[in-house]
Design a protein around this ligand. Structure first.
Ligand SMILES: [Zn+2]
Ligand SMILES: [Zn+2]
Length: 201
């Protein structure tokens, strides 16, 4: 009955270009989550005054308090149930895992067991990515005076624009493609002028 959605997601890690990822999730609607949260608290916290009569007395109220809190937290924060996931660490390119059936929220922090860094899995929106990638000169490098030129790369069927000098990578939207072409063209002209200058002096 519940359908699996595949939101557009990528993996990001500070100082590394984003890498594509694929995820299938089943969205858990808010009323259902609220009900499960309330039930977990009502049942486990509600039995606390009663279970204290069972020997050996002390552990039971504490256990039901913790179980209630844990279940409530899980029900409340688990906006999605994972059906499947595939992704690679942005730093070391080893495969990352998210267990099928795990309850997660997006963005979701993963741990890479190969390099021990913690990439973040997040949904993205091309318009927002475009805003992040744009700067005064058109398209953003790591440093504003980078003179590298742009080329297109394809990862997992997704198009990116990458700089061959600083390694920055952006989603290849039509506007960013145009900006990158402009910049490459400007760079080529400057090179030509510099070449002629050298020739003249
Ligand atoms: Zn890694
Ligand atoms: Zn660059």
């Amino acid at each position: 009955m519940k359908s699996v959605e595949a939101p557009a997601v990528h993996l990001v890690l500070r100082a590394h270009p984003p890498v594509p990822a694929r995820i299938g999730v089943v969205y858990q609607p808010l009323p259902g989550r609220a009900l499960k949260t309330a039930l977990s608290l009502a049942v486990f916290w509600g039995i606390m005054p009663w279970v204290v009569w069972l020997p050996p007395h002390y552990p039971w109220p504490l256990l039901s308090f913790c179980a209630g809190a844990w279940l409530a937290h899980r029900a409340w924060t688990g906006k999605y149930v994972v059906a499947w996931f595939a992704g690679e660490c942005p730093r070391c390119a080893r495969p990352l895992r998210v267990r099928a059936g795990a309850r997660i929220d997006l963005p979701h922090i993963l741990t890479c067991f190969a390099c021990h860094f913690e990439p973040r899995l997040e949904a993205y929106d091309l318009a927002e990515e475009e805003a992040i990638a744009a700067d005064a000169s058109g398209i953003r490098h790591v440093l504003s005076d980078c003179t590298g030129s742009w080329h297109e790369e394809r990862h997992w069927d997704q198009d990116y624009l990458a700089c061959d000098a600083c390694g920055v990578r952006h989603h290849a939207t039509p506007a960013l493609r145009a900006a990158a072409q402009d910049e490459n063209e400007r760079g080529r002209l400057l090179d030509e002028l510099a070449g002629q200058g050298r020739f003249l002096t």
